[in-house]
Design a protein around this ligand. Structure first.
Ligand SMILES: Nc1ncnc2c1ncn2[C@@H]1O[C@H](COP(=O)(O)OP(=O)(O)O)[C@@H](O)[C@H]1O
Ligand SMILES: [Mg+2]
Length: 131
């Protein structure tokens, strides 16, 4: 009888996301940049945030990076509602945002417009990315 290594099997999805946005909104004056945003990120996932100009991608990433705070809704880190009131607070929560650094992704077709947000606490490579 052969026995498979544990790594042969997909990792079961953990019960709770490491990062979650719940019904988040953000308004700049008359502009509703984000409305009703729900996002759940689990360990080991890689996401691409895609949308046309003005869709709110940068606003969302800046929110995760502690630059903007939601007007309504909640950010949860490991299931705990958390205020990411500054980039330092986001960093303390394990979130790093690297903006427009062309040397990071030499093979990217649009390196000058790349923004990446990632958690350094990931066990096996989870991150979010946004242009
Ligand atoms: N600091 C800000 N002040 C006022 N309006 C903003 C600000 N940041 C973003 N916006 C507006 O919010 C909307 C979403 O912008 P943004 O998040 O940059 O979109 P994307 O990154 O998807 O192109 C746009 O209408 C933009 O003009
Ligand atoms: Mg943008």
């Amino acid at each position: 009888m052969t026995q498979s290594a544990a790594s042969d099997f997909p990792t079961p999805m953990p019960a709770q996301p490491v990062v979650e946005l719940r019904d988040v909104t953000k308004q700049f004056g008359a502009v509703q940049a984000l409305r009703g945003v729900h996002l759940a990120l689990y360990p080991g996932e890689v996401h691409a945030l895609v949308g046309e100009n003005g869709a709110g991608k940068s606003t969302l990433v800046k929110m995760l990076g502690g630059i903007h705070q939601p007007d309504t809704g909640a950010i949860l880190i490991n299931g705990q509602e958390t205020t990411l009131g500054s980039p330092l607070a986001a960093r303390a929560a394990g979130i790093a945002v690297i903006q427009q650094h062309p040397l990071l992704f030499r093979t990217s077709t649009s390196p000058r417009t790349s923004t990446w947000a990632g958690s350094r606490r990931r066990a096996s490579g989870g991150s979010t990315g946004a242009k």
